[in-house]
Design a protein around this ligand. Sequence first.
Ligand code: C2O
Ligand code: CU
Length: 505
Amino acid sequence: MKWTRREMAELAGAALWIPGCASHRRPEPRLLRSRVALPAQFSASLPRIPTLKPSMFLSDRDRYELTARPATAQILPGLTTEIWGFNGMFPGPTIEARSGGRISLRLANALPVPVVNHLHGGRTPPESDGYPTDFLLPAAGFPQSHMHDPLARVVTGQREYVYPNLQRAATLWYHDHRMDFTAPQVWRGLAGFYILRDEEELRLPLPRGDKEIALLICDRSFNADGSFLYPSLDPSLRDQPGVPHEYMGGVLGDVVLVNGAPWPKLEVANTKYRLRVLNASNARRYELALDTGRPVAQIGSDGGLLAAPLTHRSVRMSPAERFDLIVDFSHYAPGTKITLLNQAGEGTAAQIMQFHVTRTEKDDSAIPTKLAEIAAPNPADAVVTRVFDFSYRFSYQGTQGWSINKKGYDPGRMDARPKLDATEIWRLQSDFSHPLHLHLVHFQVLSHSGRPGPYDAGWKDTVSLFPGQTVNILVKFSGYRGRYVFHCHNLEHEDMAMMANFEVV
Ligand code: C2O
Ligand code: CU
């Protein structure tokens, strides 16, 4: 599947011509160039992200503890970068849990601003989901509350999030979700993996141990002193949200980081590897491909294993999507270097990382032809079809913003009230490129502009819309009653109002 010229133009950041609408041009994602010499590609080693150990084993759950705090990281050679990280790390430590094994996360806030933690892909009770106004204020307090929401559950200093994990194995992630400030706070480093395992998956002969690797891919830009460059209107992130108009379409960096290192290299054996890939970028899309031209196998998506593996020559990933891939290095002799390309990127963003085959090893892993049982709901059971239109509007708090059904985000407005366990069809329409994400649920993509999309298999929680597309998704609202959000996961769009509420009743 190749990109259309229109999609390519959009990815390259070229101005998109909108018929009859010359002055209302939708802002494209825009490249922010680093003000420092960029490091050599494929010289840093891929960092291994440490796994977080529980701090306490309680009778009904394991408790984990994290502190969101400023720290410094060595990202560019010879320079230090101030980050905001969970336990001072970027990416944050990986949390590993078992399906059905309840855990809690006690998060302390040692940053100068509010944070909100969201477990992306988690089926989480509303009070632990990380609703954007459920602020965890700094221990030292915080004077401004940017938007008044009478339902908000605001606490100071620390908060305990409970994750029941009543869901199948999947690659989830956690990240900041502070109302109006998610984009700059994730850019500074507030994101990490959350891996959920279950028996069904552990029985399979998939690559494991050091051959199962989680890759968090994101783009960033840097100032001359090595600090992160981001065009916040208020760099203290205390008061005024947002970015200048020209960056409203999204901020693109010119350095591709994998697990926090620029264009790293990884030494591998000539065996199969399982790569859990997350696009944690604010606005950048990728089209992953090996420079050898060999295909990769996809075994899972946002919501865990597919029913059966798929083969792709390239894999398109929008922000927040996860692809669980198997790359088979047995085709290559030791000494071979294989580059993971971004076919949707230009210049420095056209490469992601490199694999160096350095040794031969026996491979006892396999890709089973049948991976998992998928009990998808039946479209005939849908009780309602709701239509949501995602578009650019000139009206958000007196300035421009992005909208859903012509409205900007308002915590006080309920946009849908699905019944608990009801199945619904949501028709998502867009004027532009938007990766759309629903909290609480995973869904099946029924059609992507009339046909099934090549990257829509399995359970999804984020689906990628291109300009003018309509996507029908089939959602069963199981789990918990309460208020949740759905939104565009281009983080600049999200911060600029492209978010709405649903309440499971
Ligand atoms: Cu990954 Cu509402 O977020
Ligand atoms: Cu969007």
